[in-house]
Structure formats: C-alpha cells, structure tokens
Design a binder for this molecule. Structure first.
Ligand SMILES: O=C(O)CCC(=O)C(=O)O
Ligand SMILES: [Fe+2]
Length: 296
C-alpha cells in the first residue's frame, strides 16, 4: 500500500491500562500516538470546550486585558503574536495559557463564568494522563520507574487553549494557522480538535494528515524527550494548515507536559554514543526556545 494511504499515526486504547511496548513502538516509529479510551469525562470536556469558545468570542479589547508579562506563559496571547521557530510570518492564531500555579500564578477571565473551573479541571486531568504515559515509557526505555515522576511531577506544564479564526481574505499568503514546528516539552497531549488541519512530516518527507477518532487524545513527543533519549523517540515536525473546505474557526487544546524548571535534562546512559547533547535544565531549555519563537 502507498504510504499516503496508511494512517500516519497508530491508535492505542488505554481502557485496560497502557501497553507500554505498543506505546513505545508508536512513538519511536512516528513520534505520535493516538490514545483512545483515556477515561477523561467527555461531557465535561464538552463543557470545557464551550467555555473556551465563549471566551474567544469576547471583544478583542476585553481579551487583551489578560495579556500578562512578555513571555506569554500565562493568560492571553493575541492573534498574530507567535511565530514558529525560524519562520518570519506569525501564525494565524490566538491563545490562552494556564500553568502550574506554584510556578507562576494564573490569571483568569471574568467571563465566561465556567472558564476557570472547567479549564483548571482539564489541566489536572491531562497532567495525570500525561504522567501516566511517561511512566509507562520507563519500562521500554529501561530507566527507573520514578524517572519522570522525579523530573516532571509538579513541573512547568502548560495547557494552551487555541483559537484559529476563519482565515481573513487579506491574510499574508505565506501565513498558516500553525507553521511547521516541533514541540519544546517532553510530551504533548492534544484533546481532539474541532476540525481537521493537523499534519505531521513523515520520515520520507511527506506531509500527512493526523486523523483521530472524536474524543481521542493525540500525543506527540517534544524536543526534551527526543533529547534525553538521544533521538530514539523523535520530536516529529507538525503544522496546522489553513482550511480547504468551509472557512470556519478551529479550536484545539494542547497540554505541553514540561519538567520542573530545575530538572536536569540528561541523556539516559544507554543512549549515549558521543552524538548526544549536553545536559541542560528544563528552565534553560525553555527560555532558549521562547526567545526563538518571539515570545520572550
Ligand atoms: O492545533 C493543533 O492541533 C496543534 C497545535 C500545535 O501543534 C501547537 O500549538 O504546538
Ligand atoms: Fe505543536
């Protein structure tokens, strides 16, 4: 079969627990895995989505009251503010960031009323599932079972609530919803987006649609996981393309699972072969990358 016709990403049900070897294989093969039966309450997920849509429907002046700091790690980041690393045209998106309160306090919008409650709930759910996934990887990676708990429990994770508005007629022809990039963090969990558009770059250099059943979670490895596994688990390049069909808004909610800022990202000994990167702390690595995407 032609590679274009095979699904780009393997699907893994975790109803009966996580099959660690299947998870590892999916991630080492493609950097992505689609997780079904994850146990996150679907009707509450809908409530969270509704609150997020209601927030982005507010007037721009009201949303801009929640721009805090210059690195965009909390609160609102306006349309056209962030560009992918190495790209000079900003992405066609606006977003909101929620993070770990103990690392930097969150801001919350006054309305919609349900926003703080539902979004804080979703953060905790994704935090739990994300760490479960990393913990499962310790076995195939052959590292101590508490490796990721030590590195990332209570870490600097960020839930990004994204809105890609309908593409304006006068948009820069080079601009896309999200230009090609790799995620910075250990692992990203993306609760199914409201419409298509996400694509990954496969190892043959072809862009392929990432398809997932409704209610699945798309997980992908970031640069930090690639770094400590010396690229065994790749941080696969992905992007969000502009709509080909109806020109409607798209919403999605990636959870970027980060280590603690002080955690040292050190290549696991069994993957060292002289090509590995030096040790760096999670905080230093993040600061470097935020500068590159124009957010710091
Ligand atoms: O909107 C999406 O589906 C993906 C967004 C993404 O890749 C990101 O924000 O890093
Ligand atoms: Fe991404």
């Amino acid at each position: 079969m032609d590679s274009q016709n095979t699904p780009a990403v393997p699907v893994l049900s975790i109803r009966d627990g996580i099959d660690a070897d299947a998870l590892y294989k999916a991630l080492t093969d493609t950097g992505f895995v689609v997780i079904t039966d994850h146990g996150i309450d679907l009707s509450r997920l809908e409530d969270a989505y509704r609150a997020v849509e209601d927030f982005f429907a507010l007037p721009t002046e009201e949303k801009e009251k929640y721009v805090v700091g210059k690195d965009g790690q909390r609160g609102y980041t306006a349309f056209g503010r962030e560009n992918a690393k190495g790209n000079d045209v900003p992405d066609l998106k606006e977003f909101w960031h929620v993070g770990r309160e103990s690392i930097a306090p969150n801001v919350w919008p006054e309305r919609p009323e349900a926003f703080e409650r539902e979004v804080a709930w979703l953060y905790d759910e994704l935090d739990r599932v994300g760490l479960d996934i990393l913990r499962a990887l310790t076995k195939p990676l052959d590292v101590a079972e508490d490796t990721f708990d030590r590195m990332a429990a209570g870490g600097n994770s960020v839930l990004r609530l994204l809105h890609y508005p309908p593409v304006a007629e006068d948009a820069d022809p080079k601009a896309v919803r999200a230009a090609a990039h790799e995620d910075i963090n250990l692992i990203t969990l993306l609760v199914s987006a409201s419409s298509a558009g996400l694509e990954l770059l496969d190892r043959d250099g072809n862009w392929r649609a990432v398809e997932a059943p409704a209610n699945a979670i798309i997980a992908d490895a970031g640069d930090m996981l690639a770094r400590i596994t010396n690229q065994r688990i790749p941080a696969t390049t992905h992007r969000v393309v502009n709509p080909e069909g109806p020109n409607i808004s798209r919403y999605s909610m990636p959870f970027f699972l980060h280590p603690k800022p002080e955690a040292v990202l050190s290549v696991f000994p069994q993957f060292r072969d002289g090509t590995e990167m030096d040790d760096i702390t999670g905080g230093e690595f993040l600061a470097e990358r935020l500068r590159e995407i124009g957010l710091s």
